[in-house]
Design a protein around this ligand. Structure first.
Ligand SMILES: Cc1cc2nc3c(=O)[nH]c(=O)nc-3n(C[C@H](O)[C@H](O)[C@H](O)COP(=O)(O)OP(=O)(O)OC[C@H]3O[C@@H](n4cnc5c(N)ncnc54)[C@H](O)[C@@H]3O)c2cc1C
Length: 383
């Protein structure tokens, strides 16, 4: 998205992606109304919605066998008042196709960045795994996620907020077409989300942090039994034949103290790794891209040095990041940590019972999840 917006403003952009394609599970399928608002402002929403997706307007969770509706997005005053469940590779393919319409945009696949070039204290390019060096005229934008090179090189200091869980990510066969895009369930010591991918269930099964080996040692039948206990109405007997089908997704919650240094800016998970709670991470990364382009694209297109403006991007985006991470930490510590520690779950917390009982109240979490905090508008120029 950042590449698209800078190219749209007339800046020459080269996006470097280490993989050969986007076809893998990047963690997360939830495109929120805030992101679709941006696509609408860019005149791309209709084409986006032509891609395969499912629509979710309500957030529901099952606790101790009873379903609670805890969020409602259908009343939001926005062009797409729902969550579009679209696999992330589909969304990234879409963004690439749209970005390629701008002459300044270039995408290099299988181009892994392994080092940064520096001259007189300013980052001015990158080194690739194949030994090539590339100079950046004005800025190196780090959008390389939670394992960002800036973190591995210790270039920018990091504050850890911690996470009590990891996720086992696997597929289960669908016995029939029953499904409604997204289901979450919580029971004593167990918690999972099922994402309907039409021909199969994508499962996110929560486990205590660093407990993957211990959980895997209990075997696949144990895991299938846990899933069946959470979702007794579904036939989950098919699939999952080998331990190799279980993928560990490590959950992190952290943020850089400073997102920039001369010649370099980090945004998205590179600047602030997000927990899966609320399915907000992708959408927050998109908002960062919009803010970065709003502040930097015009000046860079005019040939100005962006360095004095880099703190402005952090200032603009740090507040929503802090608010959302505080909410995620609260849920991690009070709900997920409690469940995974084995505390018996006999019912839902009071707040969830209230949301379920009063439909009007559900619009509040619906608004926070759907539109986020400090919504960005596309203000960067179109060349
Ligand atoms: C288990 C789990 C589930 C989640 N579920 C959701 C969800 O449902 N909805 C949601 O909104 N968020 C979810 N999140 C959070 C979400 O995954 C992230 O917040 C979001 O993907 C961040 O986007 P990004 O573009 O900053 O980084 P990423 O999506 O991590 O993208 C980084 C890109 O950089 C590439 N790259 C990395 N290093 C290099 C390099 N050295 N050279 C070249 N390329 C490189 C990677 O291949 C990748 O394409 C989840 C997180 C976890 C852990």
């Amino acid at each position: 998205m950042a590449g698209l917006l800078f190219a749209r403003a007339g800046v020459s952009v080269r996006v470097l992606e280490k993989h050969a394609d986007f076809f893998r599970d990047f963690r997360g399928d939830t495109v929120h109304p805030s992101t679709m608002e941006i696509l609408s402002q860019l005149g791309m929403l209709e084409r986006f919605l032509e891609r395969p997706h499912d629509r979710v307007t309500q957030a529901q969770i099952r606790i101790a066998g009873r379903d609670y509706t805890i969020g409602d997005l259908s009343h939001l005053d926005t062009p797409a008042p729902f969550i579009a469940m679209m696999p992330q590779w589909e969304f990234l393919d879409f963004l690439r196709d749209e970005a390629e319409a701008f002459p300044g945009f270039a995408l290099d696949m299988e181009a892994e960045v392994t080092g940064l070039l520096e001259e007189s204290g300013r980052i001015n390019g990158v080194r690739l795994a194949d030994g090539r060096e590339m100079r950046a005229g004005k800025l190196v934008l780090m959008t390389d996620g939670r394992a960002s090179l800036v973190r591995r090189l210790g270039l920018l200091p990091l504050t850890q907020l911690g996470a009590p869980m990891d996720v086992l990510w696997f597929r289960l066969e669908k016995a029939d077409n029953a499904g409604d895009a997204l289901r979450g369930a919580v029971g004593t010591s167990r918690m999972a989300v099922l994402i309907d991918r039409r021909t199969y269930w994508q499962v996110a099964f929560l486990i205590p942090k660093d407990a993957a080996d211990e959980v895997k040692a209990r075997g696949l039948d144990w895991l299938r039994g846990e899933m069946q206990a959470l979702f007794p109405e579904l036939d989950l007997s098919g699939g999952l034949t080998s331990e190799a089908d279980l993928h560990l997704l490590s959950v992190a919650l952290d943020r850089l103290d400073s997102w920039h240094r001369p010649g370099l800016l980090a945004i998205g998970d590179a600047a602030h790794a997000m927990s899966p709670i609320g399915g907000i991470g992708i959408n927050l990364a998109i908002q960062d891209a919009v803010a970065a382009a709003n502040i930097l694209a015009g000046p860079i297109a005019r040939g100005e040095n962006p360095d004095p403006l880099l703190p402005k991007v952090q200032k603009r985006r740090e507040f929503p990041t802090r608010v959302i991470q505080a909410g995620q930490k609260l849920a991690q510590d009070n709900v997920i940590g409690t469940v995974l520690s084995g505390t018996p779950i006999t019912g839902a917390p009071r707040i969830l019972r209230l949301l379920d009982r009063f439909p009007g109240l559900r619009r509040i979490p619906g608004r926070i999840i759907g539109l986020g905090v400090r919504r960005e508008r596309v203000r960067s120029p179109k060349a």
